[in-house]
Design a protein around this ligand. Structure first.
Ligand code: PRP
Length: 187
């Protein structure tokens, strides 16, 4: 199969800007969950790079403050959504969730919250697993596209209504490995 022709892109959030903000999030999360066990729940596939860097930023914050300790455990879910202009978005669980979440502190790690349908579906699904607390951390928030209200506890960057790729986010499964966030020029 031949690769899709690349589209022109321009950098929206540079690699250093991303990493600085993720360090700040790591410090904030390690303070908020001090001396507790925290389950980082990554939403596949888009969150993988953010998930990896955020988890290390939480560890890094502990190193700079020797008294602080957060025990981190990794879990993942994979969701798929169907977008159709005539019907509301439909989200389905492909894989994930575990009984281990019962009575645990869970932090959902997302790359982007757009319409909010994915997060709403996941929050409702998690409720059936009876966790102690559920919070949400997203790298990007695009509030202009919201169709359903969702609560977000940690936001990396609020972005305008543009098609963004990179750092986990794709266009036709490409661009996920860019170390920065870029805007695609689809014209
Ligand atoms: C993207 C992203 C979020 C979701 C947000 O996932 O990773 O999970 O869309 O959109 P929403 O707020 O409009 O629901 P996508 O379904 O593109 O799958 P991917 O993570 O595999 O790229």
């Amino acid at each position: 199969m031949s690769a899709t022709k690349p589209l022109p892109e321009s950098v929206l959030i540079s690699e250093s800007c991303l990493q600085n903000r993720i360090r700040e999030l790591g410090t904030q999360i390690s303070t908020d969950y001090e001396n507790r066990e925290l389950i980082l729940l990554g939403v596949l596939r888009g969150s993988v790079l953010f998930f990896a860097d955020l988890s290390r930023a939480i560890f890094g914050a502990q190193l700079t403050d020797a008294g602080r300790e957060v025990q981190i455990r990794f879990e993942f879910v994979q969701l798929t959504s169907y977008h159709n202009s005539r019907k509301p978005s439909r989200v389905q669980l492909i894989h994930g969730g575990s009984d281990y979440l019962e009575q645990r502190h869970v932090l959902i790690v997302e790359d982007i919250v757009d319409t909010g349908h994915t997060l709403k579906f996941l929050s409702e699904y998690l409720r059936t697993l009876n966790p102690k607390t559920v919070k949400v951390c997203t790298l990007l928030d695009k509030p202009s596209q919201r169709q359903v209200p969702v609560a977000i506890d940690y936001i990396g960057f609020e972005i305008p209504d543009a098609f963004v790729v990179g750092y986990g986010l794709d266009y036709a499964q490409q661009y996920r490995n860019l170390p920065y966030i870029a805007v695609l020029d689809e014209t």
